[in-house]
Design a protein around this ligand. Structure first.
Ligand code: ZN
Length: 241
C-alpha cells in the first residue's frame, strides 16, 4: 500500500523515505530534513502500518517542537527556489532526448537543469539535486573563500591551504592537518551567523587541533556569541536538507 510521501508540519513538507531493512527491529530518525523510516522486513501487513503510523506521529511531535524555521530548504524541482545568503536561484528542469544531463547557470541566478529523457522518475529526482548542488557549490566557492579570508585576517592570521564546500551528511565542517578546510554545503541554507560560526570553528582548529579550553577561547574571541550558533546547530541542524 502507498505510504505518504511527505509529512506536513506547520508550513513545511518534510519528505519521508522508507527503507526496508533485514533487521528484526524498525527505526525512525530525522536527518538532513528527511524523515527516514527503516522498516524491518519481518514486520508485514497491519503490523507494518502500525509501525509507520507510530513513527510518523513521533516525527510530527519532534518537528512541532522546532520553532518557526528561520531558513528555507532548497527546492530541487522544476520551478523551485533555492535561497542562499547572497542570492536566490530559480530552478527550471528540461527533459530532452539524447543529451548529456547537465546544469547551466544563466544571468547569475537562473539555474537550468537539462536531463536526459532516458532517466527514470527516481533517477531524475536524484540527478536534479546532484547537478544543482554541484553548480551552486561552484558558484558559491568565492563567497566561502571571502568569508573565511575575512575572519582569518581579522582574528587568526593563519595559513590556509585549500577551502571547499563538501556534501556532508553529519559534520558541518572539518579542518585537516594539511590546513584544508571543508564546510558543509548545507550551511548555505542556515542563517548567516551559523555559517560564519562553523567557519570560525574550523579556523580555530588551525590554532588548536582539539576541543580544549584554549580552542574555545579562540572561538569566543572571534565570535563572542558563538553559543547561540552552536545551539541552533544542535536544535535545527538536522533539518537542513
Ligand atoms: Zn571542531
Amino acid at each position: 500500500m502507498p505510504y505518504p510521501e511527505f509529512l506536513r508540519v506547520g508550513q513545511v513538507n518534510y519528505p519521508i523515505e522508507y527503507k526496508p531493512v533485514l533487521k528484526t527491529t524498525s527505526s525512525v530518525r530525522i536527518k538532513n530534513g528527511v524523515v527516514l523510516l527503516k522498516l524491518s522486513r519481518f514486520a508485514q501487513g497491519g503490523k507494518r502500518e502500525e509501525i509507520v503510523e507510530k513513527f510518523l506521529k513521533w516525527a510530527e511531535k519532534r518537528l512541532e517542537k522546532v520553532e518557526k524555521l528561520d531558513f528555507i530548504n532548497p527546492e530541487y524541482e522544476d520551478g523551485g527556489r533555492i535561497v542562499t545568503h547572497n542570492k536566490i536561484y530559480e530552478l527550471t528542469v528540461d527533459v530532452l532526448p539524447g543529451i548529456n544531463s547537465k546544469a547551466l547557470l544563466r544571468e547569475g541566478h537562473f539555474l537550468k537543469i537539462r536531463l536526459n529523457s532516458f532517466l527514470t522518475e527516481a533517477e531524475r529526482k536524484k540527478k536534479i539535486k546532484f547537478l544543482a548542488e554541484r553548480k551552486i557549490m561552484e558558484d558559491q566557492t568565492p563567497y566561502l573563500k571571502e568569508v573565511l579570508e575575512e575572519l582569518n585576517q581579522m582574528h587568526f592570521q593563519e595559513r590556509v591551504n585549500d577551502v571547499r564546500f563538501k556534501r556532508t551528511n553529519g559534520r558541518f565542517g572539518s579542518c585537516s592537518s594539511k590546513r584544508n578546510i571543508n564546510i558543509s554545503y548545507r550551511l548555505l541554507f542556515a542563517p548567516r551567523e551559523v555559517f560564519r560560526y562553523v567557519c570560525v570553528h574550523e579556523l580555530s582548529h588551525l590554532k588548536e587541533f582539539n576541543h580544549s579550553a584554549r580552542f574555545w577561547a579562540w572561538v569566543e574571541t572571534a565570535m563572542p556569541n558563538y553559543k547561540e550558533a552552536e545551539k541552533w546547530l544542535r536544535g535545527r541542524g538536522f533539518l537542513l536538507g
